[in-house]
Design a protein around this ligand. Sequence first.
Ligand code: ZN
Length: 296
Amino acid sequence: MVSQPTFCVSIDLDDLRYYRAIHALPPVEDTPIIFEKALPRFFDLCNKVGLKATFFTISMDLQWDEAKQALKKAIADGHEIASHSHSHFYNLSQLDRCEIITEVAGSKTELETQLEITVKGFRGPGYNLSPTLLSVLAEAGFTYDASILPSPPYWAARASIIAGMRLLGQRSSSIPGRGRDFFKSRNPSKWPNGLMEYPITACGPAMMPLIGTTITSDSLMRNHIVRCAKRLPFVQVEFHAIDFLDIVHDKLDPALAVEPALKVPLSTRLASFEHVLSTLALGRQTPVLAEIGVKR
Ligand SMILES: [Zn+2]
């Protein structure tokens, strides 16, 4: 448990190619757009509210100079860089041990070498874990995982969308994942191998997830989630880089409007995110995930 009320902010740097794959859209060559367009807006938001965040980074993106520059700025500003694997395979948890080591330990080494930092945290693509993945994380020297999203409705909705797409003959790259992980505690805990777990918050009677998609505007759902979250000792909001992009401003493929966040005007989203972050930060310590429990 955390000793004081704690609020953490994290962002997963998933590129647009992964959304195309989830929604079975034809692949197109990807660009570093999330680093060029989304991250400056996220930096502004963090500065306005006075918060530092944890950036879950797909290490193959270090191939782009734009990515390296943005991540170096994040580090200089006091944010934390953590691993979101090397290639963001949605079925990472189902791969064999050697492949998992390459993806997980490999991404840690790449991030550490290229950015001259120590990487402590990991989040699995699609929030999916497995016993092998958890043991590889500990062996590779990670100190915490942040993959758990204790929201049964999220898990059920995702599984039904994947099944529905199959019925239509479409294949999503996403997988339903291990159901029991979506019923776990929303407080920090320790896995038997000593790895800490810092879950993303889900709350209210419906256990709605506190993620970019559910807090895009001043709605009954957003206000309900925030009210419930304010009563919890540990709160972690999770954004995705796509939450900070806009179909028109950023000239995205209009087919990406299947993503719920992109249906809301960017200015509305940014104002809502600022409101939620400042409300939840009030009266709490706000460390990056790697610094939870570290005495300063
Ligand atoms: Zn991801």
